[in-house]
Design a protein around this ligand. Structure first.
Ligand SMILES: Cc1cc2nc3c(=O)[nH]c(=O)nc-3n(C[C@H](O)[C@H](O)[C@H](O)COP(=O)(O)OP(=O)(O)OC[C@H]3O[C@@H](n4cnc5c(N)ncnc54)[C@H](O)[C@@H]3O)c2cc1C
Length: 416
């Protein structure tokens, strides 16, 4: 029988089946044992020492870091016709092991896709080999600022909603000033994609540019690692740019950076929902084992109908998320006009349904559901974080409605 929530083998290409098998071995042999042995460690260790180097080294050995990197640089050149589907299958499997680790790897894949599409040849020649040579090399993309991210996701295309971070062209460089927060991999990345305003007179769709900024660029300072409730093996960070001078040839997109970002934002939402699904599959696996072993009222829990109904609801939710995810991933790979809307739909649906799956898991474990050493509470925490990542539930819903009623639902809310 197929595992509930997973794309059945019969729908996978040979390449996808082999990749999932490799990934599954990595998750079952390396990731899950590490997580199980270190349930309290994620709260005790400083950010730099939280995830041992061997975990990423092993991901490297299995080829998981090279997804999205072109073949010529030693990456795993995915078939573009099925790329979003493949990302989705792999991301689900890794997040079944740990969603924070999945976040870490996924940011690298997404940024590799962006660089492959937008970076000039000399930047690809410089950075892909450096990335591939170092298993600990992480990448991050910096969009969110203290003033908020929702305006960027919608996006309100008026000058007053522009990004506060600015880049000014001076003496052969772009000088960046501003602050980015809540950035995945932000604390320990070696390379950043930074979005900044380059024209105050127009809205963000025409006035936002993107830059490739190496971590050691003078004026770039990582100021903190955010302590998050879930996904704690990914170090989320805050970065300040003070007269940070980036060579002008490190420009990725001028003015229309947000439009061009669709190349990785769309697969990004698929991957986001896929990671969510992986958390839910793990929560169901643990719960299925528990309810068939734990005895109350003289019988194992699954023999109590109220328990069985909850387990059935968990399974149905996983299948529903999985089906919408596959539908949306197919639309992205086909470049279908509905793809963006479907991506928002599955991102929202997955975040809400999987949180409920995890709530069932916590409740069905009784008191054990609240214990760190059991690990079910971790699924709930990890799922909670995904309500906000890659846009909030309400903002994503607004985007869905906006795409359905572009001339009425899309109006700018206006400044205070
Ligand atoms: C774990 C984690 C990882 C992240 N990783 C990254 C990353 O790698 N890079 C990056 O750039 N960002 C990242 N983010 C930021 C994330 O994208 C934002 O937190 C998210 O988009 C919400 O933005 P905000 O926090 O500024 O909240 P706000 O935009 O201030 O929203 C606050 C509330 O207001 C609501 N709201 C806002 N505008 C409207 C509106 N017009 N109509 C109705 N309701 C509205 C929102 O739905 C929300 O409920 C990450 C966040 C988290 C938690």
């Amino acid at each position: 029988m197929d595992r509930i929530g997973e794309v059945p083998d019969r729908y996978l290409s040979e390449e996808q089946r082999l990749m999932r098998e490799t990934c599954r071995r990595y998750v079952d042999d390396v990731v899950r044992p590490f997580i199980a042995a270190n349930r309290e460690r994620e709260w005790l260790f400083d950010p730099g020492g939280r995830l041992p180097a061997e975990i990423l080294q092993e991901a490297d050995r299995t080829g998981l870091r090279g997804l999205g990197v072109p073949d010529e640089y030693g990456g795993v050149g995915l078939d573009p016709a099925t790329q979003a589907q493949t990302f989705s299958i792999i991301a689900t499997e890794i997040a079944r092991g740990d969603s924070g680790l999945a976040d870490k790897l996924v940011q690298n894949w997404k940024i590799s896709v962006l660089l492959r599409a937008l970076a000039p040849r000399h930047l690809q020649d410089e950075w892909f080999p450096r990335y591939m040579a170092d298993p600990q090399f992480l990448m991050a993309h910096c969009l969110t600022e203290p003033r908020g991210a929702s305006d960027r996701w919608l996006p309100y295309n008026v000058p007053e909603a522009n990004m506060d971070t600015r880049a000014v062209h001076e003496d052969g460089h772009w000088k960046i000033n501003g602050r980015k927060q809540f950035i995945s991999n932000g604390y320990d990345a070696s390379l950043y994609v930074v979005y900044a305003n380059t024209d105050r007179s127009v809205g963000m769709l025409a006035g936002t540019s993107s830059f490739l900024v190496p971590r050691d660029t003078p004026g770039l300072e990582v100021t903190r690692c955010n302590e998050t409730v879930g996904g704690r093996y990914m170090n989320n960070g805050e970065i300040v740019f003070e007269d940070c001078a980036v060579p002008e040839d490190h420009l990725l997109a001028h003015g229309d950076a947000l439009r061009k970002a669709g190349v990785y934002f769309r697969p990004g939402k698929i991957i986001q929902a896929a990671k969510n699904l992986g958390i839910g599959i793990a929560a169901l696996d643990d719960t299925a084992a528990f309810v068939q072993e734990r005895v109350q009222g003289g019988r194992i829990l699954i023999k109590h109908q109220a328990v069985a109904v909850r387990v059935a609801a968990m399974a149905t939710k996983l299948e529903a998320v999985s089906a919408l995810l596959r539908h949306a991933a197919l639309a992205v790979d086909d470049n279908h006009p509905d793809a963006t809307r479907l991506c928002d739909m599955v991102k929202v649906f997955a975040s809400q349904e999987i949180l409920e799956v995890c709530q069932h898991a916590v409740e069905l474990h009784g008191g054990y559901g609240a214990m760190l050493e059991v690990g079910v509470e971790k699924y709930f925490r990890d799922a909670a974080v995904y309500l906000h990542m890659d846009a909030t539930v309400d903002v994503s819903n607004f985007k869905i409605a906006k795409s359905m009623f572009p001339s009425t639902a899309g109006a700018y809310a206006g400044p205070e």
